[in-house]
Structure formats: C-alpha cells, structure tokens
Design a protein around this ligand. Structure first.
Ligand SMILES: Nc1nc2c(ncn2[C@@H]2O[C@H](COP(=O)(O)OP(=O)(O)OP(=O)(O)O)[C@@H](O)[C@H]2O)c(=O)[nH]1
Ligand SMILES: [K+]
Ligand SMILES: [Mg+2]
Length: 559
C-alpha cells in the first residue's frame, strides 16, 4: 500500500493512469467501508477519458511528423530583410536543395547537378552567407543568409531553416514558389538525369503554414504551454509598455507556473481524498485527511476568487481599458476624442447631434492601452437614427470599465451649482469621471460653484478644448488615476489576462464549490478532478484539441 506522499506523487505525475483503475479501487472499497456511494452511481458520472500530463503526452503520427511547413515570417512588402521559415522533417532536405555556398553559385541550368553535388551540410545555429537557388532550374533567386536549427533545439522543436532574404515581393515570391515546387516531382529532367539525382529530387512533403502553426508545433513539441503561446501573440500585438511587460513575463512562463502550481494543489487535495476512498481513514491513512483537503480547497477557492475579482486588471492590461466618453450633445465629446488621439478622428461641428454611432480608438494613455469610445450626445429625440445612437451610447457606458462625462460648463451652470439633463444624470455615479469643458465661455464664480457641486465624483477637471486650458493637467492626472487603478506597478501581476483563462477559472471555482458542498467522498474526488482539468486546460496540460484552434487562429501566418 503506498504511503500518502507516494500516492500524491503517483497521481500528481500520471493522473491518466489513475482514471481507468478507479472502478477496481471502488469495488474493493465497497466491501471494506460503510460509505454511502455505490459503484453504479460513480460509473454513471462522465469520466474524462483524456486526462494526461505533458510528460506522458502521446502524439499520434501527425501531420507535423510528415509535413514540413513554410511561410514568410516577416511582414510582406518592401523592407530590409524578409525571413522565410521552414519547419519540419524536410527542413534539412530543403537546405540541401536550395541553399548554396555564396561564392560557388552559378545560375545556369547545366550546373544543377554540379550544384547538387556541392550542397552544404549546415552547422546548426550558425548563420552563413548563401545563395538561394531554384531547385529545378538552378537559377539564383537571391543571396542572403541561412541558418539551420537542429530539432529539438529550435523554436518549433523540429528541424528549422530560416532564410534571410532581401525583402521585396518578387524575391519573396520566387523563394516561396521554389519551396512549393519542392513538393512536386521536378519537371525538365530526363529520366536518366532523374535517376542520377534521384535521392536529391524526391518530392518533399511541403506545404504553406497556417496561422500560428509554427507556434502550434512549438506547443505540441512541449516547448511552450498555451499561456506562453498566447503571450507570444500578445507580445507581437503589444502597443504599450504595460502590455509588453505583461506579455514578456508570461512568455517566459510566469503565468504557466502560477496555473501549474494551482493545479498541483488541487491534485494534492484530490490525492488525499482518493487515498481516503481506497484505504479508509484510520486504517492506513492518518486522521484528519479530509479536513486538510477541505482546508486546502478553501484556500484555493479564495485564491481563485481573488484573481477573478481583480477588476479585470489583467484583461484590461492586455486588451485595453474600455473608456466611454458620454454627455449631452455639443458638450465637446468628439473634441475630446480628437485631442486624445492627436488628430481629427471624429467630426466636430456646432450642430448638436453630430455624432451618431460609437466611434472607437485604441490610445496609449499614461502607458496603458485605452479603448476610447466617443458616443452620441444623450437627449430625447424624434430622429430615428439619433435615437439608435443614444441607445448605443447608453449601452457603451454600461459596458465600459470607466466612463468620463463631458459637460459644457455654460450649459449646465446654474450660478449656484449645476443642473444635468435627466438622460445624463442617470448615468453619472460615484465612479464617473467628469470633465467640465468650455471654461473659456464661463466666469470664475461659475466654475467654482460647479466644481463644488460635483466634488463627490471620482475625478473632476475643468478645461477648454478650444483654448487648451487645463488639458495638460487633465491628461497627466487622469493618466495617473487610471494607472493607479489598473496598472501593475508594485502590485501582484494579474493572473487572468484573457477571457479563456477567466472561463476556465470560473469553471474550476464552480467545481471547488461543488466539492465543498458535497458529503459524498466519491463525488468530492470527482469534483476535484474536474477542477484540476479546468485549470489544466489553461496551460494545455490536459487535452485541449477543442481550444487549440481558438488560440492559434488569432496568430498571423509565419508565427
Ligand atoms: N468655446 C468652446 N467651444 C468648444 C469647446 N470644445 C468644443 N467646442 C465646440 O463645441 C461644438 C461641439 O463640439 P463637439 O466636439 O462636436 O461636441 P460633441 O459633444 O461631440 O457633440 P455631439 O456629437 O453633437 O453630441 C464644436 O463647435 C466645438 O468646436 C470649448 O472648450 N470651448
Ligand atoms: K456637435
Ligand atoms: Mg460628437
């Protein structure tokens, strides 16, 4: 009989071995204790069949083992360098077919065989000056640099070839065409010539890569977990410092570690319960194991709840803080958007009701990505189009992380304070920021009275978007405020950075809830298994075929 710590180890490392033997354990258990469950009850619960760990992941003969993929890894167009990436079992073959020592290259058809004979055998990770030739005609396509990575010491864990060419449409397409032709039996050779170069001209299994396929292979090869793959995508998409920092840390595995630790804790609790089921408390297992498991799960539950409550801080850092600008017509909302954007993004006119639809821009405010939405002025109107705009404005305010109400001071000032239109008033709450605009048209007493009347809101500034007065002060203090609320400086790094993580953590928390609610040890163990699976899906530690497409389709080709 394994000791509890040994037991934890077995399940922790190879839970997939554990699942199929459970009913045996249960039958044995049935006649040894007086617990209330039955084997039938257990067997009717859906048992996840695909639980496994990264270290025992079994890859069936896959497309990746047969097919070599290629793609342009840099943005298309004219530029200094274009990188073409080739990954898969034929990468070395590609090297020998199209890469030639730079000095020895000749561009005539008759030299093909000669050149075939002189193919280079690359030293891994060493960049060499080379010529790239057409594998069929032997014509030189470009000269540049080539580097070969011997799998698994490569990004994808497969053999990888990178060709650094001149970035021009014709160069890139000629090299891509050459790669495409390697998959076909080469035309133009006589049968004699063909047999002479038989081994060299065997058609290769090459095809263009799909979105994110290089990274997907890196994941399948165990180089990255899913959070790291997502982080690479985020790093490419990062617009602000905060996004870059967050993505870089996650790419290095910080998110992976935290989720893995969480899963290990759940599995530890599960092992306690499983041991209890199999051997019974007091007999072989020490007293109080169940209570310890409950304690552990409660702590985990708190941790997960803490991360889920984190005011979407991670998601905000990653995909931007949603800010809605709202207010009465003509208050200067679109003028504010243009000021923040530094360009005439929105139409500004003296006509009230100019903005109809929601206009959205992603801007860098105080180092934070902010998705700023300009909305239609809120008022009662008979205009059908404007009414829809007003409705959308209200929805946008509701959906936003923060809202900023723009008011025209001369419009709302009453002398002794302010009066807001009903439509606006109902959207102003304690968390609303207020920008009092058009102070160039107001007298100081009016400004002071209005400021007093609005002193209870989350933030208040007085500006003129026409003269620029107060704008610098507004921008810096608003930037500071949102940074304090949402950025990660000096705080624990947010764990939940996208909706996929949130969904899985929510699911895990529900299973932990169910664990804490049940009296039945078998159900309890099962709930923990589901919880561990939910967390495992975040990193990809357990079967994730269903989420792979979702994760990788947001990538670009060549990554
Ligand atoms: N005097 C003065 N005029 C301003 C100021 N800010 C904006 N305006 C003018 O006010 C008018 C309305 O500005 P917009 O930015 O279109 O206002 P809006 O809130 O987007 O209006 P709607 O889209 O119609 O709801 C324009 O003519 C602006 O030039 C300001 O600080 N002072
Ligand atoms: K307007
Ligand atoms: Mg407008």
């Amino acid at each position: 009989m394994p000791s509890l710590s040994r037991y934890t180890k077995i399940i922790g490392h190879r839970p997939e071995l554990f699942a199929p033997t459970r009913h045996v354990a249960l039958r044995r258990q049935n006649h040894r204790t007086q617990s209330s469950y039955t084997v039938k009850h257990y067997l009717t619960r859906p048992v996840p069949r695909t639980v496994h760990c990264p270290d025992v992941r079994v890859l069936l003969p896959s497309d990746a083992q047969r097919r070599t993929i290629y793609a342009l890894a840099t943005p298309p167009g004219k530029g200094g360098v274009a990188v073409i990436r080739v990954s898969g079992p034929d990468a070395l073959g590609v090297y020998s077919r199209i890469v030639r020592p730079w000095r020895n290259t000749h561009s005539t058809v008759t030299n093909v065989k000669l050149l075939e004979g002189k193919c280079m055998s690359p030293e891994p990770r060493k960049m060499v000056r080379c010529a790239v030739i057409d594998p069929v005609s032997g014509e030189e396509l470009d000269d540049g640099l080539a580097v070969f990575f011997r799998g698994p010491q490569s990004f994808t864990t497969e053999d990888v070839l990178e060709l650094h060419m001149h970035s021009g449409r014709a160069v890139v397409s000629s090299v891509l065409n050459a790669l495409a032709r390697l998959s076909q039996a080469p035309p133009g050779f006589s049968s004699q010539a063909r047999s002479a170069v038989e081994s060299e001209t065997r058609p290769m299994m090459l095809r263009p890569a799909e979105r994110g396929e290089f990274t997907r292979r890196a994941f399948q090869g165990g180089r990255l977990d899913l959070t790291q793959a997502e982080a690479l995508r985020d790093l490419i998409d990062a617009d602000t410092e905060a996004q870059r920092r967050l993505a870089l840390r996650a790419a290095r595995g910080s998110t992976r570690e935290r989720f893995e630790k969480m899963r290990a804790e759940i599995i530890r609790a599960m092992a306690m319960i499983e041991a209890l089921i199999d051997f019974g408390e007091g007999e072989d297992i020490e007293e109080g194991v169940y209570d310890r498991a409950i304690e552990l799960v409660k702590q985990l539950h708190d941790t997960i709840s803490g991360h889920l409550k984190d005011s979407r801080r991670g998601e905000i850092l990653r995909s931007g803080l949603r800010l809605a600008i709202f207010g009465p017509p003509n208050a200067g909302k679109s003028s504010l958007l243009n000021f923040l954007a530094g360009r005439e993004a929105a139409i500004v006119t003296p006509v009230p009701g100019t903005t109809r639809d929601v206009l959205e821009l992603t801007l860098d405010i105080g180092g934070l990505a902010v998705v700023v939405a300009d909305t239609a002025g809120l008022r009662k109107t008979d205009d059908v189009v404007e009414r829809i705009g007003v409705e959308r404005a209200r929805e946008r305010v509701g959906d936003s992380d923060i809202s900023l109400c723009v008011l025209s001071l001369p419009e709302v000032a009453t002398g002794a304070g302010v009066r807001l239109p009903d439509q606006v008033k109902e959207l102003v709450g304690p968390s609303t920021y207020v920008l009092l605009n058009k102070i160039d048209l107001s007298v100081p007493e009016e400004i002071r009275a209005a400021k007093n009347a609005l002193s209870s809101c989350a933030g208040l500034w007085t500006v003129s978007l026409s003269t620029g007065e107060g704008l610098e002060d507004f921008l810096s203090s608003f930037g500071l405020l949102i940074n304090e609320r949402f950025a990660m400086d000096g705080r624990e790094e947010p764990l939940v950075t996208n909706a996929r993580h949130r969904t899985q953590l929510e699911a895990a928390r529900e299973f932990l809830d169910a664990f804490l609610a049940t009296e039945d040890v078998v159900v309890a163990a099962e709930e923990l298994r589901y919880a561990a699976n939910a967390v495992g899906k975040v990193t990809g530690a357990i079967d994730v075929e269903d989420v792979l497409d979702v994760v990788f389709e947001e990538f670009c080709i060549g990554k």
